[in-house]
Design a protein around this ligand. Structure first.
Ligand SMILES: NC(=O)c1ccc[n+]([C@@H]2O[C@H](COP(=O)([O-])OP(=O)(O)OC[C@H]3O[C@@H](n4cnc5c(N)ncnc54)[C@H](OP(=O)(O)O)[C@@H]3O)[C@@H](O)[C@H]2O)c1
Length: 258
């Protein structure tokens, strides 16, 4: 298949997606929808993407179509438009079921994908349902690509881009606390950020080792790490974190009261 990527929904996320694709060894041609002329113009000037005349023109030009509009819009940006059987279409819209998307993009092949802003630096998880092996190499410009065997598990994965964004709040709180204790604010931020990065890199490097074992090895009996975790657990902070992920999952599944 050809390698022209078309994006419908030229907003913040589209900007990250384009920046990430440009990291590929051989970047694809990209065309974006015209709405949000400022963003489309910025992407054209910075990365040389094409700006289509309308959403149908994005689809007509593209081999792979990505829908990146907001969840509240549903499929309205592409309703009634014409797709081809040789196309692959991805919805990156949280909560949009494969069946709902497939009914709009037929006869193209429908997939769901999730990622987060880290695609811009090749550091996001890229999670697909169903799998599209022919696109792994291209999508790996966004980060490690994995596929889910079923849609229910895929929906659980859609919580993790939100988890990624919420972690900034932990970094901010830790940096704020450090500065309030007398650290230079920039040093406090660096300490929080670099420590968070080291935790993630070590967890990844030791991916076959149970996390409970890593925690045990770090939180020695009577030591300071054990004490910090005990305070967090005692105040319900760890439980609250799981509860917050549960709330996001309920939202993904359509419960807007959650
Ligand atoms: N931002 C992130 O880091 C991130 C991360 C992961 C996933 N996502 C997902 O990506 C999607 C977009 O999020 P976002 O933050 O990029 O939102 P956004 O900045 O609002 O971008 C959406 C864009 O779609 C445009 N749009 C609205 N109606 C359209 C139509 N009928 N045809 C074509 N374009 C239309 C909007 O234009 P107007 O502004 O003129 O309405 C806007 O430019 C969401 O589903 C979100 O869940 C975002």
């Amino acid at each position: 298949m050809g390698r022209t990527i078309g994006i419908v929904g030229t907003g913040h996320f589209a900007g990250y997606l384009v920046q990430g694709l440009m990291r590929a060894e051989s970047p694809p041609d990209i065309v974006v929808s015209p709405r949000n002329a400022d963003k489309a113009g910025e992407l054209a000037a910075r990365f040389g993407v094409g700006i289509a005349a309308d959403n149908q023109a994005v689809i007509d030009t593209a081999d792979v179509v990505i829908l990146a509009t907001r969840p509240a819009l549903g499929t309205t940006a592409i309703d009634g438009l014409t797709f081809r059987p040789d196309q692959i279409a991805f919805t990156m819209v949280a909560g949009m079921t494969l069946a709902a998307f497939q009914s709009v993009v037929a006869p193209a092949r429908a997939h769901r994908a999730i990622a987060h802003a880290g695609v811009s630096i090749g550091a996001s998880p890229v999670f697909l349902y169903p799998d599209a092996p022919e696109l792994h190499t291209l999508f790996s410009a966004w980060g490690p690509v994995e596929a889910s065997p079923d849609e229910a598990a895929f929906e659980v994965a859609t919580v993790f881009p939100v988890f990624y964004a919420a972690l900034y709040r932990i970094i901010e709180e830790s940096a704020r606390w450090g500065a309030a204790q007398g650290l230079e604010p920039a040093a406090a931020r660096d300490l929080a950020t670099v420590s968070m990065k080291a935790t993630a890199l070590m967890a990844e490097a030791d991916r076959d080792r149970p996390l409970a074992e890593i925690i045990d090895s770090l939180a020695t009996k009577g030591g300071m790490t054990e004490r910090m975790i005990a305070v967090l657990e005692g105040r319900g902070a760890i439980e609250a974190w799981s509860e917050s992920m549960e709330v996001v999952l309920r939202r993904v599944r359509g419960d807007m009261e959650a």
